[in-house]
Design a protein around this ligand. Structure first.
Ligand code: 3HC
Length: 695
């Protein structure tokens, strides 16, 4: 961490250097260093112009998000530096390359002249963290580019290109070559001392504010509304606008939504780190991937790979199924062309990277093979035994199984260390979650390769140990158990779905199961009835399955789908549910949303705690990211384990105990980890992976 200072004639160049993104960290003293360097240059009689640039990959990625959990005064130090830059009596030129985001762009806007390198991107993404630009962005950006354009940038959080920034007036000059050299050239002339904060209020202010306010949607995050409030307050009194912005930023920073979104930001990066992996472990090279199975899953996996430029050889033993898969792949890629997402050249390149065969021998040279055949141990065993003989001994063999024992599959391979699980979620080309299953013998570099491949194809890879259902589906089973109990006790599907969706799930559980199809769940419940007779489910869902109502794909499930897509309440199902309650002698009762949400959430938390204790998940945040990216858990809610921490584990334990004393109390025995943490004042978020991880 340093502010590197270089003198070029009468110009002082200050290069910000603080880790990968030059974050404006107050906690480690970096912001103070910038302040001191600017102050020194401003007072240096031999210095006429100051240039501020970034070292490494970018200008600056913003204020340090990690600071926000500490003292709120950290951000005020960033504001002080920005104010000092704008007030400086010597021209300050901002030389932007790579990225200028959040506080980084706010710093740049306080400069008197901005030069950006072509290809760089500039944005105020604070809204994606449940925040508003809190270091002058709401007051300076509209003055530079107009209120409408500024609101669009701040409300979407999406960066603009340097080219767009140059045409909107956000930057003064666009250059292809070295941006600092260009800044020095400007410095040799007579750079202006134009202060953004002194520019007039834009003329489109009232109209832009009204239009954006009318489009605000209700949600947990208040950030969009507060951004509009700040822009609406724009006046000639810059200080008043900045004071309002600072106050509202502080409120948002403490909000649940921002805390959840920040947890998600860091969580997505944390899950990529495999605890305990030796520093010298390198992922293997993956140049061609084999996909075995041309069903829905295999097709989606092949698409996910091809879309990221990974060559694929698909093997499907049935020629007819293979041509169907190939046609589906071609059609999906072509649809991306029609929708303008990619050009025809890119589509052709994707198809050129695809080869197919009806014999496994075609995979002899693949670096990694993903098996996506029918979910049956006998079938999987056949495929793995064959792959063991055909593939190169250093090729990685991955199974897409969602329920079977990966270690039993690996046992069929002479070297089980090359076997790993890659559990994609359907549709595999769309869903971002990838559970990377580490078997008992999976080699560290095989695990690292699986994670690297996940990243390469744009997935959020999360490592899971081997257990029935892995992390996500194992927890989901407990969630559904409560949903079905709620149905027999008095709730109706539409009420449960509405409660969960209002709370923040992308889709309520009944609609989700209608979409996923009930047949697999039914088969699992039949198996469980034998394996775990002491953990019965409500029979109400089986009654629905017995009618052949397997969900959207059969036209009917818990709901009906007159147009094939939109769920509509079915009086027949309401009657079926009410009759079922009567049949088991249960007096239906009114169940409030709070109970619905509470029970569904606590079921996830309690099972999540077991999973941590058994070492199936490394860290609580791994569970949270699985739920955000695979199960539609609201990003602003951070994830189930994060929610448990917000509630406080003593409160979680009290509720579990109260539920354990009620109907079907056996399902609520508190996980020992929760009891332990509640007793010691601990939080899931403070767990090191060894604390909760048995391995
Ligand atoms: N604060 C703290 N850490 C940050 C950070 C930030 N603003 N931006 C990135 N990092 C960290 C990441 O956590 C990661 O750490 P790790 O290696 O320990 O996991 C490391 O920097 C590298 O980040 P990425 O892996 O994300 O690197 P990429 O090259 O893929 O992406 C990026 C770079 C586009 C800058 C991306 O990191 C990003 O989007 N960062 C956040 C940008 C942002 O939201 N800025 C606004 C911050 S809020 C603000 O400025 C408030 C102000 O208005 C007062």
């Amino acid at each position: 961490m340093a502010v590197e200072k270089r003198r070029e004639g009468e110009t002082i160049v200050l290069r910000l250097s603080n880790g990968p993104v030059n974050a404006l960290s107050a906690g480690n003293g970096f912001v103070d260093q910038i302040a001191a360097a600017v102050d020194e240059a401003a007072g240096d009689p031999a210095c006429r112009v100051i240039v501020i640039a970034g070292a490494g990959r970018m200008f600056c990625g913003g204020a340090d998000i990690g600071d926000f959990d500490g003292a709120p005064t950290q951000v005020s130090r960033v504001r002080d530096v920005i104010a000092a830059v704008e007030a400086c009596e010597k021209p300050v030129i901002m030389a932007i390359h790579g990225m200028a985001l959040g506080g980084g762009l706010e710093l740049a806007m306080a400069g008197h002249y901005r030069i950006a390198q072509a290809g760089s991107r500039l944005g105020l993404p604070e809204v994606t963290l449940g925040l508003l630009p809190g270091a002058g962005g709401t007051q300076r950006l509209p003055r530079l580019i107009g209120a409408g354009a500024a609101l669009d940038m701040m409300l979407s959080g999406k960066p603009v290109t340097a080219e767009q920034a140059a045409s909107s007036g956000l930057v003064d000059r666009l250059v292809d070559d070295d941006v600092v050299e260009a800044a020095l050239e400007v410095a040799r002339g007579a750079p202006p001392l134009r202060r953004t904060g002194a520019l007039p209020v834009p003329v489109d202010l009232a109209e832009a504010v009204d239009a954006r306010r009318a489009k605000l949607r209700a949600g947990l995050s208040q950030a969009p509304a507060r951004i509009v409030d700040c822009v609406a307050a724009l006046s000639d009194d810059l200080a008043a606008g900045l004071a309002l912005e600072a106050r509202l930023f502080g409120e948002l920073m403490r909000s649940e939504a921002s805390r959840g979104l920040r947890h998600a930001f860091f969580g997505e990066r944390t899950v990529a780190r495999i605890p305990g992996l030796a520093a010298d472990v390198r992922p293997r090279d993956v140049r061609r991937v084999g996909v075995v199975g041309g069903g829905l899953m295999g097709t989606g996996i092949a698409l996910a790979l091809l879309n990221a430029g990974v060559p694929v050889t698909m093997v499907e033993l049935r020629a007819e199924a293979l041509s169907k898969a190939e046609a589906a792949i071609r059609k999906t890629i072509q649809r991306d062309v029609e929708k303008g997402r990619i050009g025809q050249d890119a589509a052709d390149a994707r198809m050129a990277a695809f080869t197919s065969a009806t014999e496994l021998e075609a995979l002899a040279e693949a670096d990694l093979v993903i098996e996506a055949v029918f979910e049956d141990m006998g079938v999987k065993k056949q495929v793995f035994s064959a792959l063991d003989a055909i593939t190169r001994p250093d090729a990685i063999l991955a199974s897409n199984t969602s329920t079977l024992d990966l270690d039993a599959i690996a046992a069929l391979v002479a070297d089980p260390s090359r076997v790993v699980g890659l559990h994609f979620f359907s549709p595999a080309n769309i869903m971002r979650l990838l559970e990377v299953v580490r078997g008992r013998d999976t080699a560290p570099d095989v695990l690292a390769t699986a994670m690297a491949l996940g990243k390469r194809i744009g997935k959020v890879g999360v490592v899971s140990g081997v257990c029935d259902g892995f992390i996500g589906n194992r927890m989901f089973e407990e969630y559904l158990r409560q949903v079905y109990f709620l149905l027999e006790e008095g709730a109706l599907p539409q009420q449960i779905d509405a409660a969960m969706e209002r709370w923040g799930m992308a889709m309520g559980p009944c609609r989700t199961m209608d979409l996923a199809g009930h047949d697999i769940g039914w088969a699992i419940r039949k198996r469980r009835a034998v394996e775990q007779p002491d953990r019965p489910y409500s029979g109400v869902i089986d009654r629905i399955c017995e009618l052949g109502r397997f969900g959207q794909k059969s036209g009917k499930g818990i709901y009906v789908y007159p147009d094939g897509r939109t769920a509509q309440t079915d009086p027949e199902i309401t009657r079926l549910i009410e009759d079922y309650s009567a049949e088991i002698g249960l007096q239906r009762r009114a169940i409030g949303d709070e109970e619905i949400v509470g029970r569904c959430l606590l079921a996830l938390v309690n099972e999540g705690a077991h999973i941590l204790e058994e070492g199936i998940a490394y860290r609580p945040v791994d569970i949270d990211m699985i739920y955000l990216h695979g199960y539609g858990f609201g990003r602003e809610r951070g994830g189930p384990m994060f929610q448990a921490d917000l509630m406080g584990l003593p409160a979680v334990l009290d509720r579990l105990r109260a539920l354990a004393a009620g109907r079907n109390g056996w399902a609520w025995t508190p996980a020992p980890l929760i009891e332990r943490l509640a007793a010691t004042g601990g939080r899931f978020g403070d767990l090191d992976f060894q604390d909760g991880n048995a391995q």
